[in-house]
Write a protein that binds this ligand. Structure first.
Ligand SMILES: [Zn+2]
Length: 234
């Protein structure tokens, strides 16, 4: 029997299923190896989040073995240890009330930028659409305290990007919900790969700031059904 109130319990039950299901997107898009990577979701209106357990195979993830933690990273429901990145997720939820989902991966191309300690320059219209500019570089930080969470928040606070490349580490993404954060992780790896490949044969061409603004505004405010048909592209 859950210690949570009935309405919170229902919302947690839905998010357990959502978060478990979204982990399959990380493997589908080739963003993770072994048990690395994790998705979490904030429980709306509560000091709670749902996150993956630590060290469990992706094939064995289910609604039942997701972990419910408070936003200080303490386990509220669940028989396993939460992801080792729980403190970073919790820090983001505490500091950024608009964020409803967080994703972390070591996806290959984005992590190659991390290994070089470089932001990904905004040189594709898809980057302008999705990230509103460069995908910024966050600081080097060790796991075990709030340094990773603080690095994510300090970097993303001044950026329109929902993704940050953490130096020597990998990617963290945020979204209004967990699905949006997963989408940002998929799109981040997609553009990280393309820009990496482009750079092998020469310099990449920047997009003017005013054009980035126009692209971002159109995509964020006008894109989607049914206007996508009129606007064209994807
Ligand atoms: Zn990591």
């Amino acid at each position: 029997m859950s210690a949570l109130a009935a309405d919170v319990d229902r919302s947690v039950a839905e998010l357990r299923q959502t978060v478990a299901t979204l982990h399959a997107e990380l493997t589908r898009y080739g963003l993770v190896a072994w048990t690395s990577g994790n998705v979490s979701a904030r429980v709306p209106g509560q000091n709670l989040m749902v996150i993956k357990p630590s060290g469990v195979s992706y094939d064995d993830l289910s609604a039942d073995n997701m972990i419910v933690c408070d936003l200080d990273g303490r386990v509220v429901e669940g028989g396993l240890s939460p992801s080792s990145d729980t403190a970073a997720h919790a820090y983001v939820y505490r500091a950024m009330p608009q964020v409803g989902g967080v994703v972390h991966t070591h996806s290959m191309y984005a992590s190659a930028w991390a290994a070089r300690g470089e932001a990904i320059p905004c040189v594709l219209t898809a980057m302008a659409d999705e990230f509103g500019g460069d995908i910024p570089l966050g600081p080097f930080a060790l796991i075990g305290n709030d340094d990773i969470g603080k690095g994510i928040v300090d970097t993303l606070r001044d950026s329109r990007s929902p993704a940050v490349i953490m130096q020597n580490h990998g990617v963290f993404t945020i979204g209004k919900d967990a699905r949006a954060a997963v989408k940002a992780a998929v799109m981040c790896e997609d553009v990280a790969r393309t820009v990496h490949v482009a750079r092998q044969l020469g310099p990449v061409l920047p997009i003017a700031a005013a054009d980035i603004d126009r692209l971002y505004d159109r995509y964020q405010n006008a894109y989607g059904q049914p206007s996508a048909i009129a606007l064209g592209c994807c």
